[in-house]
Design a protein around this ligand. Sequence first.
Ligand code: VG1
Ligand code: CO
Length: 543
Amino acid sequence: MTIQTIATTPFAGQRPGTSGLRKKVTEFRQAGYLENFVEAIFLTLGDCSGQTLVLGGDGRFFNRAAIQTILRMAAAHKVGKVLVGRGGILSTPAVSCVIRKHGAHGGIVLSASHNPGGPDGDFGIKYNIANGGPAPEKITEAIHAHTTTLAEYHISDAGPVDLDQLGTVQIEGMQVEVIDPVADYAEMMGRLFDFDAIRALFARGFTMRFDGMSAVSGPYAKAIIEGMLGAPAGTVINFEPLEDFGGHHPDPNPVNAAELVALMNGPDAPEFGAASDGDADRNMIVGRNLAVSPSDSLAIIAANATLAPGYRAGLKGIARSMPTSQAADRVAASLGISCFETPTGWKYFGNLLDAGLATLCGEESYGTGSDHIREKDGLWAVLFWLNLVAATGKSVNQLVHEHWARFGRNYYSRHDYEAVDSDAADQMMQALRGKLEGLAGQAMENFRVRQADDFVYTDPVDGSVATRQGIRIIMTDGSRIVLRLSGTGTEGATVRLYLERYEADPARLDMDTQEALAPLIAIAEQVSGLKQRTGRQEPSVVT
Ligand code: VG1
Ligand code: CO
């Protein structure tokens, strides 16, 4: 074993909000950079002797090299055993599944999720705890603190492990078991959903296209959708994880998955379209001529959940992130269950799920999941929708329109202003905070402000408080404007503007979303001066 000295502070410049470290590959390749973070994890964990850890990533550039380094450092820290996915591959939901199934102490996920990959792209690393979910703040803060003070790291001198060979090898006293990355996850999906009904659907000629975007969902989707469910070969495209994602931007939304959306709007559209992101925890559901809004997807899954075998007993509660639309709240009210509103980021759902307060969770950013694991789960959501289609015989379009007819429609959009000047973004948020008190009661366009604040969350389970989680301007009719800064961007600052308006009139359920939201977009600009302060005429991405 070698003790190496280092002096790097990997978190420098990272905005708060990301679980773990997410930076440019060029930074990660600096001597001691990755090692600093990994050493900080082991210092935070303390004695790991005899413990099992899970390790894997989304296959992006630097994944394999990082895995070899982490294995040698784990051996030096006397970890008992590491379960690593073959080829270094494990999707984020699969890590969560494997940690729980094998009773592991925790796991290390290598991914920058939806951020671009390749030598000039991004890389990321985070620690997940024994419940399978992202480490809570007290652990991430301890890791962060160690990164700023540690001066050395411990690493074994052993050679590299063959990651492509299933089976167990030793590094010093530590076992390394290379596992099939798909098996445990696929078995779990088979228990949650009615695979017989979905198989029968495909046998009847049902057509689908799943776009893996050359990221990590591909092997899972291919094994399950084509392998276990019998969809014809070619249903899953771009299924091979590539180090640079083949130039795709695996952040599934109608902008980045434009090809899939064009196919679904064209004459040769299959009946069902879907895509996932870099680490397979996000999902996009597309019907013919209709990309389902993630907030609606959560609500529709919730309203129909008992059609899936794993959810037959009903839901304990629903949780959504604050910026996510209130469509799910209406479903929760009709089911007589609670709907929790948490800050952005999956880690806030962990306590609610562990305590049995919620069964389903969702975020507007194409993230949906349940208490089956402690991460959001892209393929799970796709399989849920397939289960709904198989059980009802209805199309995606019908399911969405019938939902709106029953509950009303929450028109919803997110406008992202990416890579804007950091100081300008901070100043805008600061100025807005100063104005909030004066906004309550004011009339603007056809709205009146009921409440304006910076969202504060108190965890109902452990009482921990998260402040400054996004500025909300809530109108008397429930319409909302939300503004927050991204924690996952790696260039400058990214401002996210979220807009929501409820419509119950059956004659007004098919408006253009941006038109329906135009008055709120105007108010947002008037109040924040977003365009003027950032020097941008238009958002970079509208979803
Ligand atoms: C974004 C999304 C958030 C999501 C996070 C991680 O964060 O808005 O909803 O939980 O990404 O998703 P931010 O701070 O940039 O808005 V992923 O797929 O990176 O695990
Ligand atoms: Co992701």
